[in-house]
Design a protein around this ligand. Structure first.
Ligand SMILES: Cc1cc2nc3c(=O)[nH]c(=O)nc-3n(C[C@H](O)[C@H](O)[C@H](O)COP(=O)(O)OP(=O)(O)OC[C@H]3O[C@@H](n4cnc5c(N)ncnc54)[C@H](O)[C@@H]3O)c2cc1C
Length: 405
């Protein structure tokens, strides 16, 4: 008889895990997936495209219903798991049902952070995490509302761009002195700012939100320097927190995320975690690629093979507010490294390569990202770049031709 394997969360990591299990351990497990969002698993990354009107919401489903059925997966969506009984190997679901497991995988993702400021609970304060949020943001934009987006990272920029494109009037406020400070150096961030402003979005840097103004619903935002920005709605896009509540309440060890070892096993035998809710070697990843790598390793392990997750080298390679941006490795550089920079603000292009010990250590690209994956390969390979150093700034083709000459 197949062993009952239950996955909590029906997001991107869960869907990939089932995909990998179908390849490696078909028939070994009776798989059940329980998710609290009221729809089939979808590509969360594409929510930005849905908001920007480039894709329809129903087109972002990862797999159709019959794909799950054909693999014998029991799907329960629209219901949250409320408790893990570790001793009895049983889960409680919000509708009072219980479900037994032999192996359990937690894939509960993250929660958007809400700033702890007065007014944060007012009507009209929203987040940008799931497809229900997108429906709400599109309603705001269609009514041409004034919206303040709090947070100048990837999510904030995507929310601001989508809202503005759909008709809202948008101000983005960011606490730091530059946009996307965890991915971009100062010149790259300045170029991105000017390209985003050119799309009609107002950007305020060094802007600390003191409170959200309003009686019953949002009327504006007040910054700590006293400035007030009128608004009908506020979107928090100021970070995420791994969703660890279930694990913590069950006595499973958590730090910022649910602590897992190299097999993605938590502190409890045969209970695993992956994706944004997991913390591996002190790192909680907020991107989808590490979740996919973890799914591959966990599927191998569940299939009885030897596999160990060693961590991921993350790169940012995205279109942010319609502008192509790439960053990877140590993109800031330091005293022990040197940088090669090409900046053409008029063409909207900035490139910086950081070299240390004769190896490419990091890169930032804005505008022209055609060679991003090649730079990422060079960073990951960690080989000497002396032979292509002179030409590598001009891309793979130029460097390969020069090397062959
Ligand atoms: C708008 C947006 C744009 C993004 N863009 C990018 C990008 O360009 N590149 C990139 O790499 N990453 C991007 N990300 C991040 C990426 O989407 C996540 O890294 C990825 O979805 C993580 O997968 P996950 O399965 O761990 O979590 P999720 O996809 O969040 O899935 C977790 C699921 O678990 C459910 N759940 C939680 N608790 C329970 C419970 N108790 N019971 C049942 N179900 C539960 C949640 O409702 C959710 O459906 C973006 C995210 C957003 C929101």
């Amino acid at each position: 008889m197949s062993e009952p394997l239950v996955i909590v969360g029906n997001g991107m990591a869960a869907a990939r895990l089932v995909d990998e299990l179908a390849k490696t351990a078909l028939g070994r497990y009776a798989i059940a997936v329980i998710g609290d969002e009221p729809r089939l698993a979808y590509n969360r990354v594409l929510l930005s495209a849905v908001l920007a009107g480039d894709t329809a919401s129903h087109d972002i489903e990862l797999r159709p219903a019959d794909w799950w059925r054909d693999r014998g997966v029991t799907l329960k969506y629209g219901c949250a798991v409320t408790e893990i009984d570790v001793g009895r190997r049983e889960l409680k679901i919000a509708n009072d049902e219980s479900i037994a497991f032999s192996k359990l995988v937690l894939a509960t993702g993250s929660m958007p952070l809400r700033l702890n400021v007065p007014g944060a609970e007012l009507k009209g304060v929203n987040t940008f995490r799931d497809s229900r949020d997108v429906d709400l943001l599109l309603t705001l934009a269609a009514a041409r509302k004034r919206v303040v987006v709090i947070g100048g990272g990837l999510l904030g920029l995507e929310a601001a761009y989508g809202l503005a494109k759909a008709g809202a009037s948008v101000t983005l406020v960011h606490l730091m002195d530059r946009l996307m400070e965890r991915q971009l150096d100062a010149p790259a961030a300045a170029l991105l700012k000017s390209l985003v402003e050119a799309k009609g979005i107002e950007i305020l840097l060094n802007a600390n939100t003191a409170r959200i103004i309003g009686e019953n619903r949002v009327e504006g935002v007040e910054l700590s320097e006293g400035r007030r920005i009128a608004a009908n709605a506020v979107i928090f896009a100021a970070g995420i927190r791994p969703n660890v509540v279930l694990a913590r309440e069950a006595g499973i060890a958590v730090n910022r995320g649910i602590i897992v070892d190299d097999r993605l096993q938590t502190g409890v035998f045969d209970i695993f975690a992956l994706g944004e809710c997991a913390e591996h070697r002190g790192i909680c990843y907020g991107l989808v690629e590490p979740a996919y790598e973890q799914a591959r390793i966990l599927a191998q392990h569940l299939a009885g093979r030897t596999a160990a997750y060693q961590g991921s080298v993350v790169a940012t390679n995205l279109k942010v507010s319609g502008v192509s941006v790439f960053s990877a490795g140590d993109f800031l550089g330091g005293e022990q490294s040197e940088s090669i920079v090409l900046s053409d603000v008029k063409r909207g292009t900035y490139k910086k390569l950081v070299i240390a010990d004769g190896r490419l250590n990091g890169a930032v690209l804005v505008g022209d990202v055609a060679d991003a994956l090649w730079y990422l390969e060079l960073i990951r390979a960690g080989g000497a770049v002396a032979r292509i150093r002179k030409d590598m700034m001009f891309g793979r083709t130029a460097a390969t031709l020069a090397e062959a000459a």
